[in-house]
Design a protein around this ligand. Structure first.
Ligand code: HEM
Length: 175
């Protein structure tokens, strides 16, 4: 075989090896697009990865609601929920789940909410009661970690979620 062909074949097989060894996305590690029955509505199916993220999001919202350091930022939402109106709570749960699904590599999810700078600027999003500082950002990360632990997410995956969140700090912290 001419040397050039052997070289080309070599390249092809290298490419294949790379494909085989390609790292799973975080979404895949969380269960990916395998369809499972939705425990919230057993007649419906949901992707395992989305279900995992939704569970973490919902637990995190509870942790935030109980954290006196984070409560002031979510004042409009908490006032509604206290009054028995959970409409925007459901909207936020869906929006955060969409965001984290896309951010972790879901091939099917779409996020159609505000961009992260505007969503966390009280002048553009009145539901954000005040600008986040670094301390509140640390508290938010701690709330996500707690929410993930409550859902038995393995610690190495929690570390990956933490790194993903950390990357948004300079966009979201605005004071
Ligand atoms: C990586 C970190 C974060 C992510 C990915 C994130 C993501 C989001 C998303 C997707 C929304 C919905 C936007 C929309 O409705 O279009 C949102 C809203 C909000 N975020 Fe964040 N956020 C983060 C950090 C924080 C922090 C640190 C705070 C406060 C200290 C915060 C407070 C809020 C509040 C108050 C809202 C409005 C909630 C409502 O609709 O009532 N977020 N965030």
């Amino acid at each position: 075989m001419p040397a050039c062909c052997a070289f080309l074949l070599g390249l092809t097989s290298c490419d294949k090896d790379n494909d085989d060894m390609q790292e799973q996305t975080l979404y895949e590690k969380l269960g990916g697009n395998r369809m499972v029955s939705d425990p919230r509505n057993p007649s419906q199916m949901i992707e395992q990865g989305r279900l995992g993220l939704r569970s973490v999001v919902d637990s995190t919202i509870f942790v935030i609601a109980a954290d006196p350091n984070l409560q002031p930022y979510f004042a409009p939402l908490l006032a509604e929920v206290t009054a028995g109106n959970t409409t925007n709570l459901a909207v936020l749960s869906r929006s955060l789940t969409d965001f984290f699904s896309v951010a972790t590599g879901s091939a099917t999810a779409t996020y159609s909410g505000m961009n992260m700078r505007d969503a966390h600027d009280p002048a553009r999003n009145p539901r954000m009661a005040l600008k986040a500082d670094n301390k509140s950002y640390d508290d938010f990360i701690a709330a996500v970690v707690k929410g993930a632990q409550q859902n038995n997410v393995p610690s190495e995956l929690i570390g990956e979620v933490g790194a993903l969140i950390e990357a948004l700090r300079t966009t979201i912290v605005q004071r």
